[in-house]
Design a protein around this ligand. Structure first.
Ligand SMILES: C[S@@+](CC[C@H](N)C(=O)[O-])C[C@H]1O[C@@H](n2cnc3c(N)ncnc32)[C@H](O)[C@@H]1O
Length: 328
């Protein structure tokens, strides 16, 4: 079956849209370099595709423009390999919807706020959303949400069902970001206001993922979600400057991390030995390094790898993700 081109966002298309967009979408703010492949799926294509290599524009555009494909466009063999390697099993939209509904049921104190669930589907509620006593629509937009191990980010935005590949129309979307934007659509009058609040919504929406290709797709999905809603609202394409601003927020908020260690995947390296015995020092054949102490002792504070950074948008300051966790 021909892959829906709205589902498989082409990197050549993004490059043509605006030359700088892909470099923003590939940025890793923790390392200062690009996000890495972090999967051996592409290693047979050459050195530039090794698991530890940064993903470059050259490696995914031009004649390599079809290298990055969503899971539904990957071969069965690839899919199976990724299940075994990184437990990559994606969640169908109706389950994402059901779980996002649980969060909203708790927040609103009532059920069926955005839609009513049917068997393996849902019916969108079209009446304007009413907010509970003491909570405003702005509170809803600003509430921080995160999809852990986000894959292609189906809980955040739902342009397509990641399992069937089926396109989902704008009014029927069920992602966390989709819901925030619906609320903004219903409560703002001017384009200026709409943009301010949509940027707030993006700043409050986070996700992390191990595999670089899925992470890039997640970032693209968030950017194209913005384009979809902008076009839906204003019947025109957003400017390149606006797309760059959105891509910058997305590249901070959707980041590459080993969620068990809070560092860039596989970035822990052996460290110089703290103490060597006199005999070790005179015996030059002895290994002068020892394994990463964090990995060795299971202590997440002691990794030698690169700790992941996210942006504190309030203070406009990057912070280490690990510093937000309880068991630091
Ligand atoms: C079961 S899939 C879920 C993806 C998506 N959230 C969904 O529901 O469709 C699990 C994802 O976790 C990622 N993953 C596996 N181990 C991870 C780790 N230690 N840190 C971050 N992501 C990880 C995989 O690459 C994969 O994309």
């Amino acid at each position: 079956m021909e892959q829906d081109i709205r589902v498989d966002i082409k990197e050549n298309y993004i490059k043509k849209l605006d030359d700088s967009l892909l470099s923003i979408l590939l940025k890793d703010h923790s390392s200062g370099s690009n996000i890495i492949w972090a999967t051996d799926n592409y290693a047979q294509k050459g050195f530039d595709y090794a698991s530890y290599e940064p993903i470059t524009i050259k490696a995914i555009t031009g004649r390599h423009g079809n290298v990055i494909k969503p899971r539904v466009g990957k071969s069965k063999k690839e899919q199976l390999h990724r299940v075994k390697d990184k437990a990559e099993v994606f969640t169908p939209s109706w389950i994402c919807n059901s779980q996002n509904n649980l969060v909203d049921n708790a927040w609103f104190g009532r059920d069926n706020v955005f839609n009513t669930e049917t068997e393996k589907s849902w019916t969108t509620n079209t009446e304007r959303i009413v907010f509970p006593q003491g909570k405003s629509w702005q509170d809803y937009v600003k509430a921080n949400r995160m999809e852990i191990s986000c894959g292609e980010a189906p809980y955040l935005c739902s342009r397509y069902d990641t399992v069937s590949g089926e396109w989902i129309e704008l009014n029927d979307r069920i992602g966390i970001l989709d819901r925030k934007i619906r609320v903004i659509n219903e409560n703002t009058e001017t384009k200026e206001d709409w943009l301010i609040w949509v940027q707030e919504a993006y700043k409050a929406t986070y996700g992390f993922e191990w595999q670089g290709d899925s992470l890039l797709i997640a970032r693209e999905n968030l950017l194209f979600t913005f384009i979809d809603y902008y076009q839906g609202k204003f019947d025109e394409m957003p400017t390149n400057e606006l797309l760059q601003d959105m891509a910058k927020i997305i590249s901070w908020n959707i980041f590459q991390m080993d969620g068990l260690k809070f560092v860039i995947p596989n970035s822990c390296k052996p460290v110089p030995k703290m103490q060597q015995s006199f005999f070790d020092m005179i015996d030059g054949t002895k290994d002068e390094t020892e394994p990463c102490p964090g990995c060795e002792k299971g202590d997440n504070k002691k990794h030698s790898g690169i700790y992941c950074k996210i942006m504190d948008w309030q203070k406009k300051k990057p912070i280490r993700f690990i510093d937000l966790t309880e068991n630091k």
